[in-house]
Each structure stands twice: as structure tokens, then as C-alpha cells.
Design a protein around this ligand. Structure first.
Ligand code: AMP
Length: 283
């Protein structure tokens, strides 16, 4: 695997590969890689001729400095995992390479970045859109891969590409879960064994809510039941548990089959998110 820290060297290398006729796939990550990330690498390897994984913990998408400081950084084992997955290129820049000066660019996606994550993490999606735009300009991929685990992020990126006319196809990849159902996340590394057990309740509540909705229960009843149950588990503290339209994340009268259920919940000090599309065959 080729490893680059500098934009210029990466651009020269990719220009050569493009000339050789290879299509480029991009998998943007913040590192602390797990099987979920590797499934994106595999999707890219299947669809493109050369896979670039980026690892960069982007400060502008953190609205909480403690969260940024505590974000796991495991570059050595990340490199081992990427090499085992036969990834072609790793781009792992430092901040001065990505941001020459304090950020001046802000994105506004209307209602899309004001709800759910956007409501609880103001500025988060502006930071995500900024860094992803930079990565798109640096790598110029044909396809970029994003996990449905970060469902709202995938919607924001799709809107970004549409609005700014990036000539890039965005491919969503299903969420990888651990045996008990917990969605894989770099943040899971910060959980104690007990917290990890308690965190299983997140995915359980999503699957249970889907069952109940599909058998005719009203969303308001399902929502209350799930929030109460989650909050009754020691250390768990729900931020939101919502039903939204799977295409644009609007609320209101939603036919259960066109919905996605999204949850954000603290497990101790660790904030986890997860979601479940009610009819994933439509994606
Ligand atoms: P992150 O490093 O958390 O920024 O994630 C990088 C990419 O991996 C994003 O597109 C995520 O949605 C995706 N991802 C994270 N966790 C999972 C998972 N459990 N399954 C599939 N994709 C994931």
C-alpha cells in the first residue's frame, strides 16, 4: 500500500494511475478502523480499479473538544488492517496540510442539517461537508463510499454532490454490526465491558420499534416506550429516538415503509448513533 501525507505527491501519483486507465474509489474515514470500514474498502475494490482510503480526524466537525481529544487514534493497526484488505493507497494528512488557516467556509443545507445530529451537534455537517469537499478535490474519485451507519451524513453528502455538481457517484454501504447487533463504531473502543453490554439495547430498541410499527402501533407510543426503556438501562441517556422519511429526513405523516428510525444515545460519556431503515429493500 502506498502511503501519502502530502496532497501534492498524492495528486501526482493519482494522475499517473488515471492515465493508466484506472478508476478511483475513495473511502473517507477518521481511522480507528474496524470491519465496518473494511466493508467500504471491499465495496470500493469491487467497483473501482484503485482504492484510496483517507484517515483524518477532522477538527471542524467536532463541536466538543473533549470528544475530539478522546477520539481513538490507532494508525499502526489501521495500516495493518488496510494492507490485509489490499487497499491501494492511504492518505493520512496532518491538519496544516488540510487547513492552511482557521476555517472560513460554512455550509448550510437548509432543514437537512438542522435536525437530528445537526440539532445536537451544531456546525457538525458544515465541518463534514468542508473536509469531504477538500478530499473530493484532492482525490477526484469516480465513486466515493459512505456507510449508512451515518445515515444523515450520507444524505448531506448526496446533497453536497448534487448542489456543487461534483462529478462523483456516492455509494451507500450497509451497516456492519457485531454479533449482538451493536453497530460497529470507532467509539465502541471507549466502552467498558459493562457499557458494551448495555449498549446492545440501542440496536434492540431499533429492531423492536420497527416490529411494532409494522404491526400497526402508533409512532408516538413506540417512541415513548423505546426512550423510556433505553433510559432505564444504567448509564444510558437518549438524545433522540426519531422516525423520519428515509429520503430527506423530514418528519410528519410518514408511512412506516418509507421511514428510517434514528437514535443517538450516551452510554456513559460515549455518544453512539444508530439507525434502521424500515424497508431496506428500497435502498
Ligand atoms: P468514521 O471513521 O466513523 O468517520 O467512518 C468512516 C466511514 O465508515 C463513514 O462513511 C461511516 O458511515 C462508515 N462506517 C462507520 N461505521 C460503520 C459500520 N458499522 N458499518 C458500515 N460503515 C460504517
Amino acid at each position: 500500500m502506498e502511503i501519502f501525507k502530502e496532497i501534492h505527491a498524492l495528486r501526482l501519483y493519482l494522475a499517473r494511475k488515471r492515465k493508466e486507465g484506472l478508476t478511483i474509489g475513495l473511502v473517507p474515514t477518521m481511522g480507528a478502523l474496524h470491519e465496518g470500514h473494511i466493508s467500504l474498502i471491499q465495496a470500493s475494490k469491487k467497483a473501482t480499479g484503485l482504492t484510496v482510503c483517507s484517515i483524518y480526524v477532522n477538527p471542524t466537525q467536532f463541536n466538543n473538544t473533549a470528544d475530539l481529544d478522546k477520539y481513538p487514534r490507532t494508525i499502526e493497526s489501521d495500516i495493518t488492517l488496510l494492507e490485509a484488505a489490499d487497499c491501494d493507497v492511504l492518505f493520512a494528512p496532518e491538519t496544516p496540510e488540510m487547513y492552511q488557516r482557521p476555517g472560513v467556509i460554512r455550509f448550510d443545507f437548509g432543514d437537512l442539517d438542522k435536525v437530528l445530529e445537526g440539532k445536537f451537534r451544531p456546525g457538525h455537517f458544515s465541518g463534514v461537508a468542508t473536509v469531504v469537499s477538500k478530499l473530493f478535490h484532492i482525490v477526484e474519485p469516480t465513486v466515493a463510499f459512505f456507510g449508512r451507519k451515518d445515515y444523515q451524513q450520507l444524505q448531506v453528502i448526496t446533497r453536497l454532490v448534487d448542489e456543487l455538481k461534483f462529478n462523483i457517484r456516492i455509494q451507500g454501504v450497509p451497516t456492519m454490526r457485531e454479533a449482538g447487533g451493536l453497530a460497529m463504531s470507532s467509539r465502541n473502543m471507549r466502552l467498558t465491558a459493562d457499557q458494551r453490554k448495555n449498549a446492545l439495547e440501542l440496536s434492540r430498541s431499533l429492531f423492536d420499534a420497527r416490529e411494532r410499527l409494522l404491526s400497526g402501533s402508533h409512532w408516538s407510543d413506540v417512541q415513548k416506550l423505546c426512550i423510556d426503556r433505553l433510559n432505564s438501562v444504567p448509564g444510558l441517556n437518549v438524545e433522540y429516538f426519531e422516525l423520519a422519511h428515509r429520503d430527506d429526513l423530514t418528519k410528519g405523516d410518514i408511512e412506516p415503509v418509507s421511514g428510517v428510525i434514528l437514535v443517538a444515545c450516551f452510554v456513559g460519556e460515549v455518544r453512539l448513533i444508530d439507525n434502521l431503515v424500515i424497508d431496506s429493500s428500497a435502498l
